[in-house]
Design a protein around this ligand. Structure first.
Ligand SMILES: [Fe+2]
Length: 365
């Protein structure tokens, strides 16, 4: 059994029971026992919805994209039948998302500093309002190489405020990667049915800790968002980011092993797509669905290279300023129990990890 303080018990058990009730309602099930385990299903290739004109979606296209985004996979994959030339404005991903903003909660786009990074302006001449992800060569962030990207949620330092993101292929490589997805909030119900204690451990306030961009971020893996809705967060380590779960907690170690196993490419219960054509893309529910990418290879002969355009949408205007903070914005009823992890100060920009002190400190303090 996990030994929890009384505050932890409230934080973990009350959130877990609300989380479970809301997920069952969402999935239209009376009980956990009545749910078919998602891990009994082989990985599903996503159905690609053809889109004729990203500036004028038909109601059938809108309905199909909404249904896919709201499905248990949390991903709407699409392909433009006649993609405009690179550099066209508005960018097709933004045009398409604009018409779905009410239905999919895409009302608050975030302007990422990388949208107008010098190497982007040098390569493309101007910013088109999306972040460009491609192999820039040399030493660079993992995402800007053709190497595999392990499973993660976007917006690590944004307090879990990035509720959705979109991807769009502006340039297709010689050999495209597989983009894969797993809905952690749904996956966790399989764990709840098989190992309740492991499921509960995912709600610990510091279940997972990452060292990322000079910050140490500790947060639950499952929690309720500011509107009381289920949310998930997890990531695997890569060359730049270390990841640990709370030490000395065997149920959490079992839970992590379960998630690791089921967030590999093409794991049971997951979905995937190969974005290998210009005009292909997807919209992803970043509150519950984790994603990763296998490696890829740009063509060596005709110079065909992968150029991926990405956009983030946040929950509200409060989250619209890009920042790097150690906190997580969760349901206030529970957040106030741990102000150092979820309070207003933890959600402000300007922190850095002090390795000697073993904690985050405000810059300049
Ligand atoms: Fe990502």
């Amino acid at each position: 059994m996990m030994l929890l303080s009384s505050v932890e018990t409230t934080f973990v058990e009350d959130q877990a029971s609300e989380f479970l009730a809301r997920m069952l309602r969402r999935l239209g099930s009376d009980s956990l026992a009545a749910l078919k385990p998602v891990t009994s299903e082989p990985a599903a290739e996503l159905t690609v919805i053809p889109v004729a004109d990203p500036l004028a979606l038909s109601s059938a296209e809108r309905d199909a994209l909404t249904a896919s985004f709201r499905s248990r996979h949390g991903v709407a994959a699409f392909a433009l039948t006649a993609p405009p030339p690179l550099g066209s404005l508005p960018h097709p991903l933004l045009a398409l998302a604009d018409q779905l903003s009410d239905r999919l909660g895409l009302g608050f786009p975030l302007t990422h500093p990388a949208e107008s990074a010098p190497f982007v302006l040098e390569t493309f001449g101007r910013s088109d309002g999306t972040t460009k992800i491609f192999d820039v060569g040399g030493m660079s962030h993992e995402a800007l190489t053709p190497r595999p990207l392990p499973p993660h949620f976007d917006g690590t330092g944004n307090a879990c405020g990035v509720v959705a993101f979109g991807l769009y292929i502006d340039g297709a490589p010689g050999q495209a990667p597989v983009n894969y997805f797993q809905n952690i909030a749904v996956l966790a119900l399989d764990l709840a049915a098989a190992d309740e204690e492991a499921f509960l451990s995912l709600f610990l306030p510091d279940a997972i800790t990452v060292l990322w961009q000079d910050l140490r971020i500790s947060r639950p893996i499952l929690f309720l968002d500011p509107d009381g809705q289920p949310q998930a967060w997890f990531r695997a380590p890569d060359a730049e980011i270390s990841v640990a779960v709370r030490p000395g907690c065997p149920p959490l170690e079992r839970a992590r092993a379960f998630i690791d196993e089921h967030t590999r490419p093409c794991a049971h219960g997951s979905s995937y797509i190969r974005l290998d054509q210009v005009g292909g893309g997807c919209l992803v529910d970043n509150t519950a669905t984790i994603h990763g990418r296998t490696g890829y290879a740009d063509a060596s002969d005709d110079g065909a290279r992968r150029i991926l355009s990405r956009k983030w949408w946040v929950r509200s205007a409060t989250d619209q300023n890009y920042r790097i903070c150690p906190g997580t914005r969760i349901d206030e009823r529970f957040g106030r129990l741990y102000p150092e992890l979820f309070g207003p100060e933890s959600l402000a920009d300007g922190w850095v990890y002090d390795a000697e002190a073993g904690r985050n400190v405000r810059r300049g303090s």
